[in-house]
Design a protein around this ligand. Structure first.
Ligand SMILES: [Zn+2]
Length: 63
């Protein structure tokens, strides 16, 4: 189980619980697709992607 590693102003790790988040907008859909797995920290609301190295599914970068 992943936890939030965002630091607050005092440098303390948030460690909030990351929850699957389905309410992302058009911009995120365009970047990561309709089925993007986005997680959001329940504590500080930071958004996380599960795997930034994952190949985009859009096909626009199919070189
Ligand atoms: Zn957090």
């Amino acid at each position: 189980m992943r936890a939030c590693n965002e630091k607050d102003a005092k440098g303390k790790i948030c460690a909030g619980h990351l929850k699957r988040w389905y309410f992302f907008g058009e911009e995120i859909k365009r970047l990561f697709g309709e089925e993007a797995e986005i997680y959001r920290c329940e504590n500080c609301k930071t958004l996380y992607l599960p795997n930034p190295d994952e190949t985009p599914r859009s096909g626009t970068l199919a070189y």
